[in-house]
Design a protein around this ligand. Sequence first.
Ligand code: CUA
Length: 326
Amino acid sequence: MAHLLTLMTGPQPEPAMWLPTAASSQAADVDGLFHFILYLCTFFFVLIMALMVYFVVKYRRKSATQKTSAVSGSHKLEIAWSVIPTLLLVVIFFWGFKGWMNLNVPPEDALEIRVLGKKWSWEFDYPYNGVSGAGELVVPVNQPVKLIMSSQDVIHSFYVPAFRIKRDVVPNRYSVLWFNPTKKGTFDVFCTEYCGTSHSQMLSRVKVVSRDDFKKWAETGGGMDGLSPVELGKKLFSSKGCVACHSITDDRMAKPGPALGKRFGKMEEMSTGEMVKVDENYVRESIRNSTAKIVKGYAPVMPPFPASSVSDRQLNALIDYIKSLK
Ligand code: CUA
């Protein structure tokens, strides 16, 4: 199973015992504090439970006539159990505050990448070489990366467990997150804010590659150049998030949107009762103006994809890909 997962996702560094792989410079700080709190709590839990059991046995009532002895307070004990936890909390506060400040202040030389969250996919725009709308975040290793994030619709949350970073992605404003990847590999991106039907499918990946591989990737338009229309369509189908709602089989119940397998060229009944042929113009309209015609039995939940989001070349590639789903 682990082998199969590696084949599917590329090489993935081994995770630690409690936590996912630590693959960013911030992870050590976060993990250190997490372990400190975890072992501190474990120590006091065991200590308090053991003492409680011991006292229950030692001071149990031994006969029906035994009287409870008089108990007077102990200032020494009270000061000890007030001062020691206070000092421990102060340590936790300053440790956490230092890490929080570090997570919130990106370095000056960070590579800036824009992140767009939408129902239900992530899109990444790079500031150079015209790489835009990438479905995966590709970054060079040991290079601080600053993410400038916004949402097209509702609140999402960008989360990379391996980097120990997470922040809400909100419409009409930017939120910022940064990381410095220290390990090459492929790491999961999750949405951690419930955002509707396909929230759990709102997945992506961060690919941390060498500086040379990153340069090559950026020079070929994010790996999109030189692909055949069907190959490009297949890539876009997952990077634009279509895959979250549309099955590529003909199983109508597999996903919340209409299944696309074996549909091209067939007649389809709309919610109005009208019969429409699934041809180039119908697919084009369904992408550009997604709520113009709704297939019977489905909700009008798909966002529109104007030319600024899916270019004409990309639109043609998507149509060719849907055609190929025989
Ligand atoms: Cu986006 Cu959950």
